[in-house]
Design a protein around this ligand. Sequence first.
Ligand code: 5AD
Ligand code: SF4
Length: 450
Amino acid sequence: MAYKTVKDMEKKYKIITYGCQMNLHESEKIAGILRELGYVDTDSVDDADIIVFNTCCIRENAENHAFGNIGALKQLKKNNPNLIIAVGGCMTQEKGKTDVLKEKFPFIDIMFGTLNLEEFGELVKKKLAGKKKVIAIRETEGEVVEFDGAYRTSYPNAWVNIMYGCNNFCSYCIVPYVRGRERSRKPEHIVAEVKKLVAEGYKEITLLGQNVNSYGTDGLGVSFAELLDMVASIEGKFRLRFMTSHPKDFNEDVVKVMQKHRKILRLVHLPVQSGSNDILKAMNRRYTREKYLQEIEMLRSYFPEAEVTTDIIVGFPGETEEDYLLTEDLVKRVNYASAFTFIYSKRQGTRAATMENQVPEDVQKNRIMRLVELVNSLTRKKSETYVGRTVEILCEGYDEKKKMYMGRDEFGRMGYFESDKDEVGNFVWLKITRANGISLYGEIVEGTQE
Ligand code: 5AD
Ligand code: SF4
């Protein structure tokens, strides 16, 4: 007779995450809540007692992806009626989406919004107590609720929210509708969280917000530059990053704080979206290509080596070939370290969805292909300049296929190397011997450094 081990009897959770860093970090919070309730994690949906979908709705394909994966669980739920299926994240906050979800997937047990995250534990308890369907979608954002129970899985990197929501209403974007208005966390809470993370051994801290430059403008009396200064003043060796900066608000005060602290990476994520002033205007971005290029110049006047990454949308309504070519031109001028490139996706309820001059799909596809090729060629060229140089890498893990450790340099470039001891979480100096596309290969030159 086969005995069950304690491990078999533990209740297990599986979280499936779509979208950005913000969502990945929220999944760490969901995991923390489930562990508090006595669940442990599993890799497989087949032996999970609760499956949580943390959804994204920024583009249509993210939604379709989630729909497909939720639908695929129908049989699993039939075979195991005790299985709990929960759907949370941005998609559930979309107007009318919970009705669509209810109709398409009547087997979903719990639906919770991004604004209801901290209630999730209570919702699971209600379900376990016998409630048939538990739905909690708050319409408006409340006060910031402090939560320090995240179960982090990204060591040696840690994400720290500094604010929630967005006030910008870029005309293509659904985020302000599903995440509410901007709310900043108090600086003392942020500083305490980072101190704790550094003491626990985390080596790279990323401050997160939809538009970090407007931190504190909701009445806190502390600006983003001041917050950055406070966090960078925390003792210990760690890297400090922040994202996302909005070009309409990015300013020299922040760059001056960067200059004061070598801990802050010389890397800025500054989404440009388009290189054409007409399109930027239609997108309601509230800056011009000239202002954007001036900001890059200002940044590089402080740090000639500074790298910039960006987000770009092609095929926005009304985008002509000339507009698109202005984007290509800007990409070459800035010489980005990397860029996330997207085809414009129509989102119900946004201003751009009602614009008449939508760009045909084949034109959008052609432009994204050309843009991706351009961005890749710039990245490849940059990789080649690394060969022969010595760079500091923060080791993040071990690549089983390559049988090598891997980590990133200050600018997010992946470097691979061999070592006969566990290097995860260490800073390592590598002499780069070879570059392959976006990856670097090197040898340790000075051993690890504390
Ligand atoms: N279509 C395509 N891309 C979008 N983004 C936001 N909304 C849309 C949309 N409707 C992109 C922007 C943003 C990034 C997070 O996602 O480039 O910076
Ligand atoms: Fe969306 Fe614009 Fe806010 Fe970014 S700044 S989340 S693109 S509305």
